[in-house]
Write a protein that binds this ligand. Structure first.
Ligand SMILES: [Zn+2]
Length: 295
């Protein structure tokens, strides 16, 4: 397809990042980075489109850290792509000025990777990249939503009070990368063939390839929910990928996972959180964290 081959030779997706990274000569650099030729993905996607499908691993390492007299619920989360194609988000202009928000294009291909497929269309996302000063790199907004809800059960059944929220729900931004491979059993369960690592640049095109995880450790700056003053009891930490459906996916119904935990206060009034149950083992929701050795 002419359009696609033009695009792949130019500033699209990974090609764009490589071109920018190695500062190609005048011909390519003369073209504005935003001169992407793929059409906007319309209401009906091309039949050949291979969309990603985001899922959350259930949160782990749930614990409380006290800081400045506030109790912060800390946790590790992670996203994986079990879809037919990559989640690829390319900045419309170079990610250089930390004071600017930068638009993104979600690139949709007709193959399992951007190397084996042709670019079919793009979804434009306004102000999607933001510079994260504590991490000194760029994040995509609206990637994952976090909420803490009081349990209406013993933590096994995923029944929580939808009218009450502890702390505030928030939508976290991330630098999306191919960070850890799925375990072989997970690849087999989703019938996925693992492509090579493609996305690893927080200053360029972000993405998660099929069969890869991006995980965010509990020590990640800013990744916590303030639960100061929450009464002792059982709670759910609920995480929902792509909560505003900003990114095109094959399935928005499998984006959630959760872990329940008990909150207690010891004799010194220090808050202590202990994991109880997770959505994967009890309800088949979400995915298990991959082995840390898969990097
Ligand atoms: Zn970051």
């Amino acid at each position: 397809m002419i359009m696609a081959s033009l695009a792949r030779g130019g500033f699209i997706g990974a090609s764009w990042r490589r071109a920018a990274g190695i500062a190609l000569g005048s011909v390519l650099c003369a073209a504005p980075v935003s001169a992407q030729v793929a059409p906007e993905c319309g209401g009906v996607l091309p039949a050949a489109a291979k969309l990603p499908d985001l899922m959350n691993m259930y949160p782990t390492h749930v614990h409380v850290q006290e800081q400045d007299k506030h109790d912060r619920l800390m946790f590790t989360v992670g996203l994986t792509n079990v879809g037919q194609g990559p989640l690829e988000l390319a900045p419309e202009s170079s990610l250089t000025d930390p004071s600017e928000l930068v638009n993104a294009n979600q690139n949709v291909y007709d193959g399992g990777t951007n190397a084996t497929g042709s670019l079919l269309c793009r979804r434009s996302l306004h102000d999607a990249f933001v510079f994260h000063p504590e991490h000194h790199h760029w994040h995509l907004v609206g990637v994952n939503g976090f909420e803490v809800r009081p349990a209406l059960d013993d933590g096994t059944g995923g029944s929580w009070d939808t009218s009450r929220i502890i702390g505030s729900a928030f939508k976290e931004s991330f630098c999306l990368l191919d960070y850890i491979k799925m375990d072989d059993e997970q690849l087999a369960a989703f019938a996925l063939a693992l492509p090579p690592r493609e996305y690893f640049d927080c200053f360029g095109t972000h993405g998660i390839s099929v069969g890869w995880f991006d995980t965010y450790h509990h020590a990640t700056h800013g990744q916590y929910i303030d639960i100061t003053g929450a009464p002792a009891g059982i709670y759910y930490l609920v995480v929902t990928a792509n909560p505003d459906k900003l990114f095109l996916e094959t399935d928005y119904t499998n984006n959630r996972s959760w872990v329940s935990f008990r909150l207690e206060y010891n004799g010194d009034n220090n808050a202590i959180a202990t994991d109880l149950y997770n959505s994967f083992d009890t309800a088949g929701e979400g995915v298990r964290p991959p082995s840390a050795t898969n990097r």
